[in-house]
Ligand binder design. Sequence first.
Ligand SMILES: Cc1cc2nc3c(=O)[nH]c(=O)nc-3n(C[C@H](O)[C@H](O)[C@H](O)COP(=O)(O)O)c2cc1C
Length: 224
Amino acid sequence: MVSPETLRRLGFQPGRIVETVVASYTGEGEPHAAPMGVHLEGWDRLVVRPYVRSQTYRNLEARGQCTVNLTRRPEIFLLTAFKGEPEVGKLTKSFFLKASRVEAPRLKEAEGWLEVEFSSREAIGGRGVFKGRIILVKAFHKPPQAYCRAEFAAIESIIHATRVLEFSKAGRRAEADRLARLIASYKALVGRVAPGSEAEKTMGKLSSILSRYGFNLQAYERLF
Ligand SMILES: Cc1cc2nc3c(=O)[nH]c(=O)nc-3n(C[C@H](O)[C@H](O)[C@H](O)COP(=O)(O)O)c2cc1C
């Protein structure tokens, strides 16, 4: 079992949801990745909850193994959440390496990763609940980073944007608009606190994706 101290140092703690990128193989053996919130149940079980309509759900069903990749880079969240959109492009094989102890890819650019094997799965309310054992943990040592609000705001915007598109598809325009308004205010914040940064470029791409789907952030900015 991986020690609680190791997991705690990486930001894990039972019940605490952390935002990661889950990487897995498709049924055809293609590497795949998507941002997912995960949490520990006790110190020895990791829980992933992909929507049943996601590719990640199908992969975990078929393969039962994945890596949970740790990063704080907005660009990586954007790339893996909106892969295939023209602003972002496809995830190429060069984005991945092989995990050591499970049959799953891992992200080359992650700052660390967990290798996980699932032992139970069920579907509750449109979401899969996969619970498994952490087999291996690897982390690179990085120098401390001064806190900037831009990364939080950009990653929060990417999460909201995935929901904007879901709400919009489901005809829930008012809920989509509420989130689009939040994204517009985060975009303004990022532009103010981190001009020229990776976070700002990421917000630019996100804004272009949203406008292609009928959510023009500039129109929301005028509302505040
Ligand atoms: C930070 C972050 C966390 C997310 N957490 C989840 C999650 O826990 N479960 C889920 O189904 N989708 C989650 N999403 C949305 C998925 O990543 C997104 O819908 C993705 O396109 C699903 O990809 P897939 O179909 O390739 O598996 C999250 C998105 C972000 C940006």
